[in-house]
Design a protein around this ligand. Structure first.
Ligand code: SF4
Length: 230
């Protein structure tokens, strides 16, 4: 795989997980009432952002009526509203909203991806699906490596999925593996890995993750990546 664009293209055509293929397509057929006019993406959602990004954000998996509808990571759902608002506030996104693949949004030095590229039922991929999708993340990390300086992982699932991917992509990951925590910062062979609570509605509605907490992690990670943040 010699370019991120090619990787993204291949990811979007993946059919390796039968349960997720069936679910993403069924959701695309049945749709949510509010989105009946939409032609759902209903495929794996590739990473979003520049190929030379120094900062990578790793989530969990696309939402059924968010990324699985729009075809772009965290686009068209409440989690994305929170994430992109925060990225805009700290100067890492061109606009505060992300509603569709052609809305003009650009990320400044940031790429967003997930360890599982298909929307899972109940937002819960199985361990087998997580492992099946890992080679895509490993390839993505290898392609980003020349510029990558900092990574923010959203939530414990992403953290547990990301560490083996970093190891497979050639980074030296400490043993025992560092535990996930909000605000955790782990140096990893030339980059800094940050833990952050996931931007799920459960976390943001309850105040477990506030906009200020999210901005603080993004600001620190952006500085670690050498990006101009505010
Ligand atoms: S979750 Fe990953 S490995 Fe499974 S079908 Fe989707 S893109 Fe392929």
């Amino acid at each position: 795989m010699d370019s991120l664009a090619l990787l993204d293209d291949r990811v979007a055509g993946c059919v390796a997980c039968p349960r997720l293929v069936a679910w993403r397509e069924e959701v695309g057929r049945t749709k949510r009432a509010a989105f009946q006019d939409w032609d759902y993406w209903a495929r794996p959602v590739p990473g979003f952002g520049p190929a030379d990004a120094p900062l990578l954000i790793i989530g969990l998996a696309p939402a059924a009526h968010g990324g699985n509808r729009t075809g772009r990571m965290f686009t068209g759902d409440r989690s994305g509203d929170v994430l992109y608002r925060a990225l805009y506030d700290v100067g890492l996104a061109s606009q505060p909203t992300s509603v569709s693949i052609d809305d003009g949004l650009e990320l400044h030095g940031v790429r967003i991806t997930a360890p599982v590229h298909c929307a899972p039922p109940e937002n819960k991929p199985t361990p087998g699906e997580r492992d099946a999708c890992r080679p895509w993340l490993v390839q993505e990390l290898k392609l980003l490596r020349p510029t990558l300086r900092a990574v923010v992982v959203l939530g414990a699932f992403g953290w547990q999925a990301a560490l083996p991917a970093f190891a497979e992509a050639g980074w030296t990951v400490p043993r025992p593996r560092p535990a996930f925590g909000h605000g955790t910062r782990v140096p990893l062979d030339g980059l800094d890995l940050f833990g952050c609570f996931h931007v799920s509605q459960r976390n943001t509605f309850t105040g477990k993750l506030t906009p200020e907490m999210l901005r603080a992690v993004l600001r620190t990670a952006g500085e670690a990546a050498g990006l101009p943040v505010k």
